[in-house]
Write a protein that binds this ligand. Structure first.
Ligand SMILES: Cc1cc2nc3c(=O)[nH]c(=O)nc-3n(C[C@H](O)[C@H](O)[C@H](O)COP(=O)(O)O)c2cc1C
Length: 399
């Protein structure tokens, strides 16, 4: 755990029964050489005492937002400025919901809201609380803010019920934090290209052909690659998703523009082709708006360029690792395997969009992962988690 050595960690202890494990966590983090400062939430103070926390942390414990002494130094701002990372453990359902809604109603939440440092939340709650749609919605919000989750584990919780919601053990949390610090170097010096979103093919100056792709999955992958240290360029068709931090973005409209952009940054080490490139374009673009009462109502289509084929099947442009995406409505296994082989891809992620109606603009995805030796079905998960799982596989490939 050498990454923990010398790190300044701000631990926020929420008001859950698992708060006793956070005392052990302080010991673990200190054992690996970290300096630990602690904020106790108002409810956290009911579960562990300031005395035991301060003794173990060997530092002052912060509790009060309106403390005139610490606020002389802007405590609620500077506690995060002086830290390398913030850990919230236990992350109770209530605390997660306050973070999701941007509340700043006590020192812990005000510090989290004002933080400019990475945040890891370690959830701990009753399985029903965890599965409650309100909690799941809040978890999705905080993931979109870029907050990381460590756990929870499955097992018996303190309330005696079994299921998802058990707080991770202190050593596993320390390992997770150490991994967080190492991961930003895992793809260092690797160049990544990601295509995302739909393309559009104009019919006339006011109309076009396109599809339902939102770009969310590709954007999440670009974001994860950047977090793992890859020098990442995202080539995006029209999309309303916010550009991820640390990623260079090239905005395009047509398939041809996407291909030109992809060529301009090829060959990459990693090429991920998540864009839904329109397969056909209009044979003859009309310079003027086609009138409603025009005699010719049939639009003649012609096959579009294939961005994947043009890049992956060209030895001068081919990425070291090529990954495609396929949205299928039938025969997912046959069609995905065919696309993998035809395009000379190393991996392919296929989703059955007839099964999961919400996949296009939604936050979740159900994918089947294919490589040259077979396939594995990934359970339905947030697109952010699909991205993380994929990028994890990529780091292993390059190791
Ligand atoms: C004995 C007891 C145990 C509790 N354990 C948990 C828990 O493990 N997880 C949780 O989300 N809430 C738990 N709660 C409810 C929280 O204490 C309550 O929602 C509190 O407001 C959370 O405070 P926080 O937002 O500062 O974390 C528990 C309450 C009691 C009385």
């Amino acid at each position: 755990m050498k990454e923990l050595n010398g790190k300044r960690i701000l631990l926020i202890i929420g008001g859950g029964i698992a708060a006793y494990k956070s005392l052990e966590l302080i010991r673990s983090l200190k054992k690996y050489g970290s300096h630990v400062e602690v904020i106790l939430t108002n409810s956290g103070r009911k579960f562990v005492t300031e005395l035991s926390v301060s003794q173990l942390a060997e530092s002052e414990v912060h509790t009060d937002l309106f403390n005139y002494k610490s606020e002389l130094k802007m405590g609620h701002i500077n506690l995060s400025r002086d830290s390398d990372i913030l850990i919230v453990a236990p992350g109770t359902a209530n605390l997660i919901s306050r973070i999701a809604y941007g509340m700043a109603d006590e020192l812990a939440t005000a510090t989290l809201l004002a933080s400019n440092k990475p945040i890891i939340i370690v959830p701990a709650m009753n399985p029903q609380m965890w599965n409650n749609p309100a909690t799941q919605k809040n978890l999705m919000s905080i993931k979109k803010f870029g907050i990381h989750l460590c756990g929870p584990a499955i097992g018996e919780t303190a309330c005696g019920e079994n299921g998802m919601g058990r707080m991770e053990e202190p050593e596993s949390i320390a390992y997770f934090v150490n991994e967080y610090f190492t991961k930003k170097n895992r793809l260092k010096n690797k160049k990544a290209l990601v295509t995302a979103g739909p393309t559009i093919e104009p019919i006339d100056p006011v109309r076009y052909i396109s599809n339902n792709s939102s770009g969310k999955q590709g954007y999440a992958i670009a974001s994860a690659l950047a977090e793992y240290g890859a020098d990442t360029t995202l080539i995006s068709g029209p999309s309303s998703v916010d550009p991820p931090d640390g990623v260079e973005i090239i905005r395009v409209k047509t398939a041809m523009e996407m291909l030109d952009a992809a060529k301009s940054i090829s060959p990459a080490d990693i090429g991920i082709f998540a864009a839904a490139v329109v397969d056909w374009k209009i044979k003859e673009y009309s310079e003027n708006k086609i009138k409603k009462n025009a005699r010719k109502k049939m639009l003649e289509l012609t096959e579009n360029v294939s961005v994947i084929q043009s890049v992956v099947r060209n030895n001068n442009l081919k990425p070291k690792l090529s990954i495609g995406f396929a949205a299928e409505t039938e025969n997912i296994y046959e069609n995905a395997t065919e696309k993998l082989l035809k395009n000379d891809l190393d991996w392919l992620l296929a989703n059955d969009v007839s099964e999961d109606k919400e996949v296009f603009d939604g936050d979740y995805n159900s994918v089947v992962f294919f490589d040259r030796s077979g396939s594995e079905k990934w359970h339905r998960m947030a697109k952010i988690d699909v991205a993380d799982k994929l990028v994890n596989k990529i780091t292993k490939y390059f190791q």
